[in-house]
Ligand binder design. Sequence first.
Ligand SMILES: Cc1ncc(COP(=O)(O)O)c(C=O)c1O
Length: 379
Amino acid sequence: MSILSNRAKSLKPSPTLAINAKAKSMQAQGIYVVSFGAGEPDFDTPQNIKQAAKKAIDDGFTKYTPVGGIDDLKDAIIKKFQRDIQVTYKRSEIIVSCGGKHSFYNLAQAIFDQGEEVIIPAPYWVSYPPMVVLANGTPVIVETTEKNEFKITPEELKKAITPKTKALIINSPSNPTGSAYTKKELEKIAEVALSKFTSIASLSEEMKKRTIIVHGVAKTYAMTGWRIGYTAGSEEIISAMNNIQSQSTSNPTSISQKASVEALAGPQDEVGKMVTAFGQRRNYIVDRLNKIPGVSCYKPVGSFYVFPNFSSYYGKSFQGKKIENSTHLADFFLDVAKVAVVPGVEFGADPFERLSYATSMEDIKEGLNRIEEALKKLS
Ligand SMILES: Cc1ncc(COP(=O)(O)O)c(C=O)c1O
């Protein structure tokens, strides 16, 4: 009998965190590494949000809260959904967890059983397949194409559905590609989902019943360290997640919950400023990447990632070492150019690398100069 469970042994650490760790350790040795690895905004959490957290501490709001989050925060989440997607949820259809990652983990634990299939379009966020496996589900990876902006088509979805299909994961805007589904595309996907699984019901109500939304404050409000995510779905699922959470983490941090009320319900000016800065960086980085011979880069519509295709460099060598895939190329960029990127294979798409532009414009320029120069060394 070994000390570790098979479950633990089968898991590898999150590759995005591993790359960041390697880049940070090089930086600690005094090496100037340009990091495109980070999955978090380089901006600080806005002042009004920090103030709300300080007030929570001063007011003594430092005890257990209800497992699934305080009513103030649930109400702010409900208002956010009404405002942004015009769907109305009740408090009993919302649960707050310790980050979007924890929200998805609890959701997977609540709904997947042995042998049930979960359709995951690739490129996918790195943690989806392992979290499905940890819940005994079976990931069914469906490859999407650059031509279709990395979005699953109704035909591809139809082909992937079997009697064992339990769920389809739609990550929009996507990490790592930054592509997002239009309303029309979602309607077509909904048609496929509904025609396969249900008989009658009005489209929107039925889709609301069948859709579980996982969201968080981390990226929009530069709050990655605060660990607040949330899920909206049917009462049945939310209540099962509540039970799981009550027996594992209990409530998410009380202070972070108060900060998140301010984030969601308070002034949104800082978000606008961050979006503007991200937009400028995106335009620059996409333009530069597309000018590099042999590189193509889809222009993302959301998130702060680009996902360029570098596969025309596979098969080339540097100092006798052949670059055969996205991992080799990422290693080459880190070792030779001192630039950190995340290999596409970690997201199920080997022709690509993921670059986060949640870093300064100066670093973006420097990093791209280095990438360009490094690629010239391959032959
Ligand atoms: C699709 C997706 N879900 C969840 C997360 C994690 O979010 P959180 O920090 O709220 O746990 C990320 C972050 O990279 C993500 O891209």
